[in-house]
Design a protein around this ligand. Structure first.
Ligand code: G1P
Length: 286
């Protein structure tokens, strides 16, 4: 299974943090955000990963590469941390391609066309982390196997969050988790949104998306949106939304990132108790 991980965004919502380092390398608990995403892809059965990067994103490539300096030092000291990363990096083929200009998510996905060939593929956004017993990407892939049509992970969001996401207009549920998509709209105003069902950042797509992206006009900021391309694709074939089982952490804004970092730290066995004690103390003082 091939997975495409777009990680080319400028990260402007994170400035100045992202002035010299990629957003995808921001720490979440004790590893970079993109490490979590790659783990999910591999746990879901992906054996071939294409990470779409851009300028100033070399750290992402270097992270999954071997390093003689660290190998030597870490094997003697913190061997375990490095071994886990090595295991991860050696359990799939990693490929990198650059999006030459930041022209939106749709344009980034189009860079994957040659690599993907004529197979269906996973798309996992580099700034979205899922925690689930069955990896969310696997849930999507299984749904794709069942339906044979593109599938988008969706979840209900609070009204104040609607304008941060692509939103799906429903066309009837075929079971309690799977919805037929009638239309999609990228980041609508809450009062204009067709529902509260948000596109949560994981997709199983087919190569038909590439032609749809080529037919998609640029949006407001000169960007080609994947949501707009999916909308074009909807004219030709059905698309399904899948309300996944699990938790999703968006690290799209500073506050969301902070929340993900704190909650995921509290979920980690070795940190849970001391982190809880620390937070309790802090809140009492506040
Ligand atoms: C992108 C998509 C949007 C989706 C979101 C999920 O937006 O364009 O449809 O809901 O990811 O995180 P971005 O967060 O890159 O602005």
């Amino acid at each position: 299974m091939k997975a495409v991980i777009p990680a080319a965004g400028l990260g402007s919502r994170f400035l100045p943090l992202t002035k010299e380092q990629p957003k995808e390398m921001l720490p979440v608990v004790d590893k970079p955000a993109i490490h979590w995403v790659v783990e999910e892809a591999i746990a879901s059965g992906a054996t071939d990963l294409l990470i779409i990067t851009g300028r100033e994103k070399r750290a992402v490539e270097d992270y999954f590469d071997g390093s003689i300096r660290w190998d030597h030092y870490l094997k003697a000291n913190h061997g375990n941390a490095l071994r886990q990363l090595e295991e991860l990096a050696s359990s799939a083929d990693f490929h990198f391609i650059r999006q030459r200009e930041p022209r939106g998510l749709g344009d980034a996905i189009l860079r994957a066309e040659k690599h993907v060939g004529d197979e269906p593929f996973l798309v996992l956004l580099g700034d979205t982390i899922h925690v689930a017993d069955v990896p969310v990407a696997k849930q999507l892939w299984d749904t794709f196997q069942r339906l044979g049509q593109p599938v988008i992970a969706v979840e209900h969001v609070r009204p104040e969050k609607i304008s941060d996401y692509g939103i799906v207009q429903e066309d009837g549920w075929i079971d309690d988790r799977t919805v037929r998509v009638r239309d999609l709209v990228e980041k609508p105003r809450p009062e204009e949104a067709p529902s509260d069902l948000a596109i949560s950042g994981s997709y199983v797509l087919t190569p038909a998306i590439f032609d749809a992206i080529r037919r998609t006009p640029e949006g407001k900021k000169g960007e080609v949106q994947l949501t707009d391309a999916l909308r074009i694709l909807l004219h030709d074939e059905p698309i399904y939304g899948y309300r996944f089982v699990g938790r999703r952490f968006d690290i799209g804004t500073k506050l969301d990132w902070f929340r993900a970092h704190v909650e995921l730290t509290l979920m980690r066995g070795e940190f849970r108790e001391p982190a809880r004690d620390f937070l309790r103390e802090l809140l009492r003082e506040g």
